[in-house]
Design a protein around this ligand. Structure first.
Ligand code: GLA
Length: 517
């Protein structure tokens, strides 16, 4: 547990730094989040201490903690660095600050303000000036007691749970509904999963993302908010449609949308979700940076994996920590069935490509039971063309990615329904060999990907350019030695003439996918 203990007594100011002697404090006003909860992640605190020429301190919010290092006093001016152990995706950052005493105010700010000093990244914060006041009584600052946790023991990998032998398929509420999702929506989506043929195409999980949570009751049990009056009844309804149901929380005190999360209630929450009938958990890091050090991320995730297993209910465990700290190296060892590899997708061609480009190299981590997760699908949300959505689907299937639709299934177009329910492209994703595809070559705006299948290979020809591209791939270059293999176009649904190579006109932003057997 981290302690912010700054005990001090009144010290006779020493020469040199006399004016600055004492303890300095800043606390931004509390903000209120959904349901009137304090938005604690947004409350910044600075506590600096000047003793003689020694200058130490800490800057913290409950979602972050930064130590002052290299504090230097020069007359009425100070310079120092803030070390953020969670900066740069958990690898740590050090940022230079400067400050000056003006009358009774000590104003500090970044020495080199970032260009867009708005919102800091997760675990960071934007960089405007902040004014600290001297506090003259003996004062103690520490994390609230509910922020403490027992130290973790030595880390031991755990065995796979036997679930997700092919990438999980289903739907998730976040991309379309975000904080507006309700019980009614989830029931309607379950209905639509059946009526649109999504269920029969393999989409099974109906996953509720953030914003279902209510306060804890007097015994510490998590409750729902008014949008979800009866989770057990909702789970029963979803199950009655031949579907499964998923829920969301995180290892920190608050979710990303500032609702209560699971910190220090791991087994209790797992028991609650199992009793409600949940089959899938997405566990999102968010505020956990405020209560854990980077070396505690693995055991914090494993703690939940163990809690889920203790319930005896088969529950898929989805890690969401944005790919930090080389999660592929350890995601399976903490009991994860899938782990996000990047920050959030948005419904734009460039966002989808940015995420795609962060996948090569991770293929070694994917396999039956444990998958890289390039985030949920945006197909049908309106920000891309149908051709681009076909590329999105093609590439997620080439990656053996979890396929979680994120659109409103009640109103999807025929074209988008066809994309999402194309059984031939889905078969590539769900192939039982469980191999993640790799990029074979890139030439200008075009690229070729291949994915080994239980029988044969899937090959994708993708065109990022503004014009149609005439692309050719020689099978020998992909390691296919068989003469005259059987070629099948999975979007055109037709067999193609065989030969030693294959050529296709690939439209701008489009992808042609064939199986070669
Ligand atoms: C994070 C996750 C998203 C979503 C939101 C919910 O941003 O990465 O996928 O779950 O939190 O608040």
């Amino acid at each position: 547990m981290r302690k912010f203990l700054v005990c001090f007594s009144l010290i006779a100011p020493l020469l040199g730094a006399a004016e600055l002697a004492g303890t300095w404090h800043f606390e931004s006003p509390a903000q209120t989040g959904p349901n009137g909860q304090p938005r604690r992640g947004f409350q910044a605190n600075y506590v600096f201490k000047v003793e003689g020429n020694k200058f130490t301190g800490v800057s913290f919010t409950p979602t972050n903690h930064q130590d002052v290092i290299d504090g230097v006093i020069d007359g009425n001016n100070i310079t120092f660095k803030l070390r953020n152990e969670w900066g740069n995706s958990g690898k740590g950052t050090v940022v230079d600050y400067k400050g000056a005493l003006n009358g009774e105010d000590l104003t500090v700010e970044p020495a080199n303000p970032p260009q867009n000093a708005g919102r800091g990244g997760r675990g960071g914060r934007g960089g405007g000036p902040v004014t600290l006041k001297r506090i003259s009584a003996e004062t103690e600052y520490k994390m609230p007691p509910e922020m403490a946790h027992k130290p973790f023991g030595s880390f031991q990998p755990i065995k796979p749970n036997g679930l997700a032998l092919t990438p999980p398929m289903g739907w998730n509420s976040w991309n379309k509904f975000a904080g507006r999702v309700t019980d009614k929506d989830v029931r309607a989506i379950a209905d639509a999963m059946v009526s649109t043929g999504m269920r029969d195409a393999g989409y099974v999980y109906v996953n509720i993302d953030d914003t279902w949570e209510g306060p804890r009751d007097k015994d510490g049990n998590i409750t729902t908010n008014e949008k979800f009056p009866d989770m057990k009844a909702l789970a029963d309804y979803v199950h009655s449609k031949g579907l499964k149901i998923g829920i969301y929380s995180g290892p920190g005190p608050l979710t990303c949308a500032q609702y209560p999360a699971t910190y220090n209630h791991e087994q209790q929450d797992a028991n609650t979700w199992a009793a409600w009938g949940f089959d899938y958990l997405k566990y999102d890091w968010c505020s956990a940076s405020g209560v854990y050090h980077p070396d505690e991320m693995k055991p914090a995730y494993q703690k939940m994996a163990v809690a889920l297993r203790n319930t005896k209910r088969p529950i898929i465990f989805s890690l969401c920590q944005y790919g930090w700290l080389d999660v592929g190296e350890w995601g399976a060892s903490v009991g994860g069935n899938l782990w996000r590899t990047t920050g959030d997708i948005s419904d734009r061609w460039d966002s989808m490509l940015r995420i795609l480009d962060l996948q090569p190299g991770r293929e070694k981590y994917a396999g039956p039971g444990h998958w890289n997760d390039p985030d949920m699908l945006e197909i049908g949300n309106g920000g891309m063309t149908d051709t681009e959505y076909r590329t999105h689907m093609s590439m997620w299937c080439m990656l053996a990615a979890p396929l979680l639709a994120g659109n409103d299934l009640r109103s999807m177009s025929e074209a988008n329904k066809e994309i999402l329910t194309n059984k031939e492209i889905i078969a590539i994703d769900q192939d039982k060999k469980g191999v993640q595809g790799v990029r074979v070559s890139q030439t200008g705006d075009t690229e070729v990907w291949k994915k080994a299948l239980a029988e044969g290979m899937a090959v994708a020809l993708m065109n990022r350019g503004a014009d149609t591209a005439n692309m050719t791939v020689k099978w020998a270059d992909l390691g296919i030695t068989k003469k005259n293999p059987k070629i099948h176009d999975v979007w055109a649904h037709k067999d193609l003439p065989s030969g030693a190579e294959f050529s296709a006109q690939v439209p701008s932003h489009g992808t042609v996918v064939v199986t070669v057997k």
